[in-house]
Design a protein around this ligand. Structure first.
Ligand code: APR
Length: 311
């Protein structure tokens, strides 16, 4: 069986970590793509990672390039091209620059990878994935945004730290847009099957919800020169792996909705099943009045940002 080909569009901080994780998990051959000015870094990361493969005993090919022809025929494309946040910036502040970059990426991937499963990571996420979907014309099953896996992982990490338990025993998910009004669903958070509300007082849970919403900004303030990259990369790899290995994992992702959760014609964070056909299903659950109001607020923010892209 031929090896899968994974194209990483943007070979910056997240791109480099995506390459490392994809190689370590032997997901397929990896091509790191970046603009000509950053081609050296793309080639360098490919070579550096190729040199760790003998140590970890994994066999995949790695290459760096600034030519779209080299990513042709990729099975999965993960798009991180764009600029990251600096302290004091919101994700929305990246809009103008990143819309231009995503548009260029979309036009090229449409040409060279017409059958790829595409995961968009660039921010502001919900608007970038919508732009990419519109400009490529790819089916909704094959264009998805990475946000919910990351936001949920942050939520789980904070709950595990607070309760003092293993992270893998904490289940949780976050609905809605990848902005400060995302909706961590406390009702669906459990620790070893026990509702978190049985284990933590209300004020501690509220503090965790608030920290989850602002977790990206917390890292921007610490890093000063950019935004998070380890956890975003791991989250996108979980999505790529579920697709390539047909795992049918239930992962919260930005998916194109056509009536689910009462939302139509917008990318929005919801739990989906990812398998060999891409986004195979959106899982729906009924929301309380309070949850609906929070989702509505998040949806309004996403719609405002998308409207500014003028796609
Ligand atoms: N085509 C391809 N790559 C591009 C283009 C383009 N037109 N324009 C910029 N890039 C590349 C940059 O050269 C850089 O190497 O995208 C890369 C982005 O990497 P970083 O600046 O290190 O940013 P990173 O932390 O990886 O975040 C990328 O993901 O989470 C989001 O908000 C984050 O929008 C940001 C994106």
């Amino acid at each position: 069986m031929a090896r899968s080909k994974i194209a990483l569009i943007g070979a910056g901080q997240i791109g480099g970590n995506l390459a490392l994780l994809a190689a370590q998990r032997e997901l397929g051959d990896v091509v790191l793509f970046d603009v000509p000015a950053a081609e050296g870094a793309a080639k360098g990361k490919a070579l550096d990672i190729a040199q760790l493969l003998p140590v970890v005993g994994r066999n995949v090919g790695l290459a760096g390039t600034s030519k779209y022809e080299d990513v042709a025929g990729a099975d999965v494309c993960i798009i991180t091209a764009g600029i990251p946040r600096k302290p004091g910036m919101s994700r929305e502040d990246l809009l103008g620059t990143n819309v231009r970059i995503i548009s260029e990426v979309a036009e090229n991937l449409k040409r060279v990878c017409p059958h790829a499963f595409c995961i968009v990571v660039s921010n502001p996420l919900d608007a970038m994935v919508y732009t990419f979907f519109k400009l490529t014309g790819f089916p909704k099953q094959r264009v998805v945004g990475m946000a919910g896996v990351l936001d949920s992982s942050r939520f789980r990490a904070f709950v595990a730290m607070e309760v003092g338990v293993a992270v893998e025993d904490v289940t949780a998910f976050v609905l809605g847009g990848h902005g400060d009004d995302m909706v961590p669903l406390v009702r669906c958070c459990s620790v070893g099957g026990i509702p978190v509300t049985e284990l933590l007082p209300k004020d501690r849970i509220e503090a965790i919800v608030d920290r989850t919403r602002k977790a990206g900004g917390e890292l921007v303030a610490l890093y000063k020169t950019g935004s998070a990259y380890y956890a975003p990369a791991a989250s996108a790899i979980a999505m790529a792996e579920s697709y390539l290995r047909d795992k049918k994992r239930v992962l919260p992702c930005a998916a194109y909705l056509e009536g689910e959760y009462g939302v139509r014609g917008t990318y929005f964070g919801v739990p989906v099943v990812i398998g060999r056909s891409g986004v195979e299903r959106v899982l729906e659950l009924s929301l309380s009045v309070e949850e609906q109001a929070a989702v509505h607020k998040s949806l309004e923010s996403v719609r405002r940002t998308v409207a500014e892209t003028k796609v």
